[in-house]
Design a protein around this ligand. Structure first.
Ligand SMILES: [Mg+2]
Ligand SMILES: [Zn+2]
Length: 185
């Protein structure tokens, strides 16, 4: 590591929890992908903090409100804590594409906020996502892109056009094992 700030940035839907084309609209619909929270615990134990960067246009579309999003994240934090994992921050974009904001991925706004908050070096920091826009947002700021094949990941891989240097993993657990092994080389 070139920096003492050790951070991993994760997309939420399709990476930590099961995704749905109909959006995750309630705490009941928020279901962890098996092994994902334990994988976050492994990162924590290795000294990494974890931040989430997530498009949540369901808010802008009126599918759910902020109180419901907070309730989903409370469920996520509690489920994480139950296996000894900690998610340090959740950054989300509530807008729709029509809003033309700077934070909806593939725009890099959310990730820029994370750089500013955590004072990290993007070139030493992995961004893990299941969609091309997650990887594009990361690549735009010089992060290290990692695709997982959960969620939309298989479709994303099949569609091609991944940013240069993207590494591909079966799921978050596989990413963490590979990533931590690389750090020990
Ligand atoms: Mg996703
Ligand atoms: Zn936004």
């Amino acid at each position: 590591m070139t920096s003492g700030k050790k951070l991993v940035i994760l997309d939420r839907d399709g990476v930590i929890n099961v995704d749905s084309d109909a959006f995750i609209k309630s705490p009941d619909e928020w279901i962890a992908i098996p092994g994902s929270l334990e994988a976050i615990a492994r990162l924590n134990h290795a000294g990494y903090r974890v931040a989430v960067a997530s498009n949540q246009s369901g808010i802008g579309r009126g599918l759910f409100d902020m109180a419901t999003l907070n309730a989903m994240h409370l469920k996520m934090h509690r489920a994480a804590a139950a296996v000894g994992a900690r998610i340090d921050a959740v950054f989300f974009c509530p807008h729709t594409a029509e809003d033309q904001c700077e934070c909806r991925k593939p725009k890099p706004g959310l990730l820029q906020m994370i750089i500013d908050r955590f004072e990290i070096d993007p070139s030493a920091t992995p961004v893990v996502g299941d969609a091309l826009r997650d990887l594009q947002a990361g690549a735009a700021l010089g992060f290290r892109p990692h695709l997982v094949l959960t969620g939309k990941g298989k479709k994303t891989l099949a569609a091609g056009g991944l940013p240069e240097g993207t590494k591909v993993h079966d799921d978050l657990k596989a990413f963490v094992l590979s990533f931590l092994a690389d750090q020990n080389e």
